[in-house]
Design a protein around this ligand. Structure first.
Ligand SMILES: [Fe+2]
Length: 257
């Protein structure tokens, strides 16, 4: 069904989906043993704690299973989800899939550079493919979308869609990737047409995808191209100095110049 061509009236309901139940399993044990062995030589207790926290997140994102160890079905197939909302061959479908692939490719490239943190690679690939799923509800004719909402709303609309599909972690990537993230204060002060709540990337994966997305603008003249970090800085500048500082911090952390 091409919901882009005939957008539904709007998703007003925010369904709360319980988070995945995670089985850490043997892999987590191996990681913990390895980290303790390494830290025994370096004496890095803080490092152990921080690394274990990241490992917990990574394992949560990469092996979402129920307590019996069976696949609970919470791993999305991005293309299956996309094709529920967009028809292959349409302008919006072609844009969404190609843009998603470009962002996923760049995000994975960045993630490989910070492998020690460590980022959840599978999650990044899935969430990057799905991060703009909400655009069909927005008014963006150059993307083939004729919805009733302003483009800035695609983030929280995407969250609603993926929560209804049953993927709450991926849903947060949708909501938190607009600009360099939107704070509730900024939303109120600028009277932005989105709910007044914090929509800021928090996890490493959310930050990587948001940063990679900024290198792939949506404007008609630059769509489906990759721009340099310097060009992206110019785009971010208009949002304010705090936003630019955050972008610069990411660029340094991800070794992107
Ligand atoms: Fe995007």
């Amino acid at each position: 069904m091409n919901r882009c061509a005939a957008p539904e009236p709007g998703i007003q309901r925010l369904i709360k989906v319980p988070g995945p139940r995670v089985e850490h399993g043997v892999t987590n044990l191996y990681i913990r043993i390895l980290v303790f062995a390494v830290s025994g030589f370096s004496g890095g207790g803080v490092f152990v704690f921080a690394y274990e926290c990241r490992c917990d997140t990574l394992i949560c994102m990469n092996t979402i299973k129920d307590v019996t160890g069976r696949d609970s079905g919470l791993r999305p197939d991005p293309m299956v989800i996309i094709e529920q909302y967009y028809s292959p061959g349409t302008k919006s479908y072609e844009y969404l899939v190609e843009h998603g692939r470009m962002v996923a490719e760049k995000a994975l490239e960045i993630a490989r550079k910070v492998f020690w943190l460590p980022p959840g690679m599978l999650f990044i690939e899935e969430a990057a493919m799905l991060h703009d799923i909400g655009i069909y509800m927005t008014d963006a004719p150059h993307l083939g979308c004729t919805g009733e909402y302003p483009y800035i709303a695609h983030g929280y609309i995407g969250r609603q869609i993926l929560e209804e599909e049953g993927y709450p972690l991926h849903a947060l990537v949708c909501e938190r990737h607009v600009g360099v993230g939107l704070t509730a204060k900024e939303i109120v002060e600028k009277a932005l047409p989105v709910p007044a709540r914090n929509m800021v990337p928090i996890t490493l994966e959310e930050e990587i995808i948001c940063f990679a997305d900024k290198l792939h603008p949506v404007t008609p003249e630059k769509m489906l191209t990759r721009i340099s970090v310097a060009e992206a800085r110019e785009d971010i500048k208009v949002y304010g100095p705090a936003q630019l500082r955050k972008f610069d911090r990411w660029a340094a952390m991800f070794q992107e110049a």
